[in-house]
Design a protein. Structure first.
Length: 255
């Protein structure tokens, strides 16, 4: 059996790559530093702009360092008849990698959506229909404009909202572009990301600076299960998600 020949780096790199390809969180955030099992967030203070009267005064640039421990842990554990044979056969390994990456991504995404929905971000309760969905989303986006939120925004919604937008009176203003990996949607100049991670009737519009996430895949190992005469692979995912700019998020929800 091939437990002693387990190639940790191969499984780890493929799992992380698959995670990144399937995770919603990477569509709505920027990468931030991580260190020692913590998410490192540097908040920059305001830069003063002064009237020029012949002299220049320099101010200290103040930054606040916020450390968020990886407070979430999820694990996976799968049986494999022969680890070494699975490593050599891509048609056997890849389904396991895809499923593992999907489960890792879903765990992080579900937690991120929960954190956003529980935050103090402005939320409007309204039942979306094909008659009002476009207008409600545009109005929420305009709320971000009024708060000078950066234009690096993403609209996150379920496929039910996509159907409303495709069949409503404003469907001609809901842009769809064919790209290399499928269809890309835009509304009011903002990219729309359809997902099953949010509840029906829910829309989240946010700047990519509003939420921070960090994760690491620890304790990835192979072992022999003597009782079942098979090998196994198990791993521990540790991560944290933090809402750092509530004012840069607008939420529409049905209840």
């Amino acid at each position: 059996m091939g437990v002693e020949n387990f190639i940790k780096t191969m499984w780890q790199s493929e799992l992380i790559e698959e995670f990144r390809g399937q995770a919603l969180i990477h569509e709505i955030t920027y990468a931030v530093p991580t260190e020692g099992g913590k998410l490192i967030i540097n908040k920059m203070g305001a830069v003063a702009v002064k009237e020029y009267e012949g002299n220049v005064e320099y101010d200290e640039l103040n930054t606040t360092k916020v450390e968020v421990p990886f407070d979430q842990q999820r694990y996976f554990a799968i049986k494999i008849h022969d680890v070494e044979a699975c490593q050599l056969a891509g048609d056997i390994r890849q389904p396991a990698i895809r499923e593992g990456g999907y489960r890792l991504a879903k765990a992080v995404d579900d937690h991120a959506v929960e954190k956003i929905m529980e935050s103090g971000a402005n939320a409007k309760v309204v039942a979306l229909t094909k008659s009002n969905a476009y207008e409600e989303i545009v109005n929420a986006n305009r709320n971000l404009d009024k708060k000078d939120v950066p234009n690096d925004r993403v609209i996150v919604c379920g496929w039910d909202v996509i159907s409303m937008l495709e069949t409503g009176d404003m469907k001609d203003n809901f842009h769809q572009d064919v790209v290399a990996n499928g269809m890309e949607y835009r509304l009011n100049g903002v990219r729309v990301v359809p997902t099953n991670r949010v509840a029906d009737g829910t829309v989240i519009i946010l700047s990519k600076q509003a939420v921070a996430m960090g994760m690491q895949l620890n304790e990835l190992e192979a072992l022999r299960l003597e009782s079942s005469f098979s090998d196994a692979i198990r791993g521990l995912e540790q991560f944290a998600v933090a809402v750092v700019r509530e004012e840069a998020i607008e939420i529409i929800k049905s209840k």
